[in-house]
Design a protein. Structure first.
Length: 235
């Protein structure tokens, strides 16, 4: 089968190996309570470059390890803070990147249903100033619930992004290829000065366990076999 120039075979092999790494990290840090994340973690973090920043919750050890290296090659490109307005901090970091004339970006990982004070203001700021910011929201909570304006819910996010014409894409968060393609488009937007994007990655509820054949790694294995790509071996 011919290669897709946007996702060539070598990148598919790299994606598969990154998924195995993410699955191992999740198991090691006992992150199963967060839901199956190896697909969207792998498909997004593998597209980060030195100098980019990955923002995550303070206790997300997997994301901490997956953060890109800094420009110096020593300091990790991890941005996590205990302040409630974390997403506003991310927008500020993205503004700094624009001011320094780099092509770096900020990837902020969030969760549906959590309180995220100031997320509307942060996203609108990023949109108005065309900041290189990507919101990746994991939704294992059926859209999330919340009665306050600070709650991250699908309903609130869809309404807000539609009103302000901000790019948003809902995607199967357990389909690594689908997430990769959405992230690829979002990265291009960010690096070329076209502004922020929201990726809403839907995953299975934390309490639901999918059959082995429907789990993220198995799905990608099936995809590789259909395309006649040999499963790569770990280095």
């Amino acid at each position: 089968m011919s290669e897709n120039p946007l996702l060539p075979h070598r990148k598919l092999s790299e994606l598969y190996l990154q998924m195995l790494r993410c699955r191992d990290l999740e198991r090691k840090h006992k992150a199963a309570k967060r839901g199956p994340r190896e697909a969207f973690l792998a498909a997004t973090t593998m597209q980060l470059l030195p100098g980019d920043l990955l923002s995550h919750e303070a206790d997300d050890e997997s994301a901490e390890i997956l953060s890109p290296v800094g420009k110096s090659g020593k300091l990790a490109g991890s941005l996590h803070t205990s302040v409630k307005s974390r997403l506003a901090v991310c927008a500020g970091a993205a503004r700094g990147m624009t001011a320094s004339a780099t092509n770096a970006l900020v990837l902020a990982i969030t969760r549906a249903g959590v309180a995220a004070p100031g997320w509307q203001e942060a996203l609108l700021w990023a949109h108005n100033d065309l900041l290189p910011l990507i919101f990746l929201c994991e939704d294992s909570a059926n859209g999330g619930k919340g009665k306050t304006a600070d709650a991250l819910t699908w309903s609130a996010m869809e309404t807000f992004t539609r009103k302000n014409r901000i790019a948003i894409t809902a995607v199967d968060g357990e389909d690594a290829v689908a997430v990769y393609r959405v992230m690829q488009e979002s990265v291009i937007r960010a690096r070329t000065g076209c502004g922020p994007a929201v990726i809403w990655a839907v995953t299975s509820p934390k309490t639901k366990s999918a059959p082995a054949s429907q789990q993220p790694v198995a799905k990608l294995q099936s995809y590789l076999r259909v395309r006649k790509i040999a499963l790569p071996k770990r280095p």
